[in-house]
Design a protein around this ligand. Structure first.
Ligand code: SAJ
Length: 426
């Protein structure tokens, strides 16, 4: 190895931490993955993978078998500590940094001079500096270099933010190929961070300060949210005019400088539906466009439900069964976090018994074996296969999985459709 990173401790073995730990282990660095969930730890130590992701089970199995990856509930000393814990928001849309603070508390006792601490979790502006202060308070015997003190002596512990950017479904490839932004609390931290990422990243590793890196990540996801909101607003406008939004976007995108995204039933996942609030909650009325986009996208599931109820009313009792196609937050994955499709089904499952008690509701989701726990409170909602779903009187297309795209339009001829993804309406 042409570097001096021999051991890495990954805090958090979720959707980001586990694939990142496995890819780091592949370089030959010894990785200890830490998670508070004993079941996750046991599963990984058995060479199994608790997350569905292309290529990940094989890589985890191989790394555990080689002894380069292991898991525990508490950290041990190491050269680099990577933090990949969740940063949810509270009811007030303010980010909750308690997991980051708990991670700092867990690593503080084992930190040593020369260590590098990298936060990959998506965090609000200022949080990396806050993490550095927590370390200082917990370990008064160690110095942590500060913002604005670049010319002073380099701290014993270097702290930087390197936001993750990987797309579920393509994580292993993107972990290696994507460019990375590394923002140091001081310049030395950014440089040391770059040296670490260069051990497994083929993309460019760009250095900056911690605040810029924090806002960079939030801006990337806010950019996508705003652009999806634009597509969703266009779909409402098109409906008013009786125009196909899919045809419109297809035509507009022939312009060399136009690239409109796709409308849908809303924005799901644990990133784009969450991160823009980290900007809005800190900025209030200075982030009006970002806030409006969030409202537009988070209101989409209710618009879909309204459309379904309008179709029911218009059918005057002819519609006896509804099948919702897709539950995951986007196509071709099994991830249901913040899924707008689940929200649509939940609304319908609550509403139908009240206003249309004789109409049955079922869901079709080839990427899940069982009904997700969010829908456990609705025993009347059944999970059925594609063929059975196509027998329903009203089909609500919520996720354009490849299996659904393969269904020829003739098979839904004569059905009442609410096609939020343009599977049969393009
Ligand atoms: N969506 C639309 N229309 C579109 C594109 C997406 O409605 O044209 C919806 C999807 O159906 C889904 C949601 O948006 O519900 C988000 O999906 P996504 O594929 O846009 O993004 P994520 O949440 O899976 O991953 C994003 C990525 N960020 C960007 O593309 C800027 C990823 O690179 C980040 O690593 C990830 O967030 C993260 O962890 O922050």
């Amino acid at each position: 190895m042409s570097h001096d990173f021999n051991t890495c401790v990954m805090i958090g073995l979720g959707y980001i931490g586990l694939p990142t730990a496995a890819v780091i282990a592949r370089t030959g660095i010894k990785v200890l993955g830490v998670d508070i969930n004993q079941h996750t730890v046991d599963t990984i130590n058995a060479g199994l993978c608790p997350i569905e992701e292309k290529g990940l089970p094989e890589l985890v199995g191989e790394m555990v078998a080689s002894g380069r990856l292991s898991a525990a509930t508490r950290p041990s000393p190491g050269d680099v500590f990577v933090i990949a814990v969740p940063t949810p928001f509270e009811g007030t849309y303010k980010p909750d940094l308690s997991y980051v603070e708990a991670a700092m508390r867990s690593i503080a006792p084992v930190l040593a001079k020369g260590n590098l601490v990298l936060l990959e979790s998506t965090i609000p502006v200022g949080a990396t500096e806050q993490a550095a202060r927590w370390i200082e308070m917990l370990r008064p015997d160690l110095t942590v270099s500060h913002r604005g003190r670049e010319d002073g002596p380099v701290g014993d512990v270097l702290v930087a933010h390197c936001p993750e950017r990987i797309l579920p479904g393509q994580m292993i490839r993107e972990l290696v190929e994507n460019d990375r932004v590394i923002g140091g609390v001081c310049k030395a931290a950014a440089e040391r961070g770059r040296a670490f990422y260069k051990t497994f990243v083929k993309g460019d590793c760009l250095t900056t300060d911690a605040r810029t890196a924090e806002l960079c990540k939030l801006s990337e996801n806010a950019f996508r949210d705003v652009n999806i909101a634009f597509a969703n607003e266009l779909s409402v406008i098109c409906e008013e005019y009786g125009i196909s939004v899919w045809e419109l976007i297809g035509l507009a995108n022939h312009h060399p400088r136009v690239n409109i995204l796709q409308p849908g039933p809303g924005v799901g996942g644990h990133c784009i539906a969450v991160d823009p609030w980290f900007i809005v909650s800190a900025m209030d009325d200075k982030a009006r466009l970002i806030r409006e986009a969030r409202w537009i996208n988070s209101g989409r599931p209710r618009q879909v439900v309204r459309k379904v109820l309008e179709k029911l009313e218009a059918s005057e009792g002819a519609i006896r069964s509804i099948a919702c196609f897709g539950l995951s937050y986007k196509p071709n994955i099994d991830d249901v976090r913040e899924s707008p499709a689940i929200e649509v089904v939940e609304y319908l499952a609550r509403e139908l018994p009240l206003s249309h008690p004789s109409v049955s509701l079922s869901v079709v989701e080839p990427f899940l074996e069982e009904m997700p726990k969010h829908l456990a409170g609705f025993p009347d909602v059944t999970k059925i296969g594609i063929d059975a779903g196509l027998q329903a009187d009203l089909i609500v297309m919520l996720v354009d999985h490849r299996q659904f795209r393969d269904i020829p339009a003739e098979r839904v001829a004569g059905k009442v459709l609410v096609d939020t993804r343009g599977v049969w309406s393009r």
